[in-house]
Design a protein around this ligand. Structure first.
Ligand SMILES: *Cc1c(COP(=O)(O)O)cnc(C)c1O
Length: 236
């Protein structure tokens, strides 16, 4: 599509989320990201991975691109980078990072020292507490429980994600038609019980679970119980 409709020569960069966030936690087919990265390299197009939501151990790799050995030219990060303190980062190959003049890449609050200290502590904590592995464990727990619910509930269309980034798609039973009203009700019912889930996806019918990587097993189980109860109580 790029070659036919845009023209590779007209393209400076491709920016892609290795797993779509707001878009509905869509995990690309195996091989898609490496093929796209290879195409970019062959065509002199900068490959930018938006790891704002997927980065810093969330998906069970330090960065989601690592899952398939993809090395982006640039990655953008934020969210998990500084444990809630406001910080975002652009990281990349030296020839790209050094291309702007000194001070040419920045913003009003760029490099805030307290947020940077928090980010260093986050990176230490990810290593010390084994949070990459923990994200995989959380993912196995989430997928296990949610596929169990799915087997008995035709309103659950798809369960997908990687690591501690898992989503549940809600549909009208027996179809693939999205049910955003149900997603809203379940999110509200869970919230009333103290469990925050967000909706996402093109049709707003996807519940996304992004538990903190520091969550203990009993709280994770309790959160899933609340979700299961909300679904049970909304049953027709
Ligand atoms: C939240 C989010 C953003 C926005 O990040 P800012 O640092 O607020 O600009 C960008 N991309 C993804 C994938 C996000 O989840």
């Amino acid at each position: 599509m790029i070659e036919k409709q845009v023209g590779a020569a007209n393209l400076a960069a491709v920016v892609i989320e290795p797993i779509q966030g707001e878009g509905g936690f869509v995990v690309p087919a195996p091989g898609f990201l490496p093929a796209l990265a290879d195409w970019c390299r062959a065509n002199d197009v900068v490959f930018v991975a938006d790891e704002v939501q997927t980065g810093f151990a969330r998906t069970g790799d330090l960065f989601a691109c690592e899952h398939e050995g993809v090395v982006p030219d640039l990655i953008v990060t934020a969210k998990g980078i500084a444990g809630g303190l406001p910080l975002a980062a652009v990281t990349g190959r030296a020839e790209l990072m050094d291309a702007p003049h000194a001070g040419g890449l920045g913003g009003t609050y760029g490099g805030n020292p307290i947020a940077c200290a928090a980010a260093l502590a986050v990176i230490d904590t990810i290593e010390a507490d084994g949070l990459v592995d923990r994200a995989r464990e959380i993912g196995a727990t989430l997928l296990g429980r949610l596929t169990e619910l799915q087997a008995a509930d035709p309103r659950i269309g798809d369960v997908r994600g990687r690591g501690a980034m898992v989503a549940v798609e809600l549909v009208h039973p027996g179809t693939t038609d999205p049910d955003p009203a149900l997603a809203q009700r379940i999110a509200a019912a869970a919230h009333a019980e103290g469990v925050v889930v967000l909706t996402c996806g093109t049709w707003g019918n996807v519940l996304r679970l992004l538990p903190p990587l520091s969550i203990p097993d009993h709280l994770l189980a309790e959160g899933l119980d609340v979700l299961a109860k909300a679904l049970a109580q909304d049953a027709p």
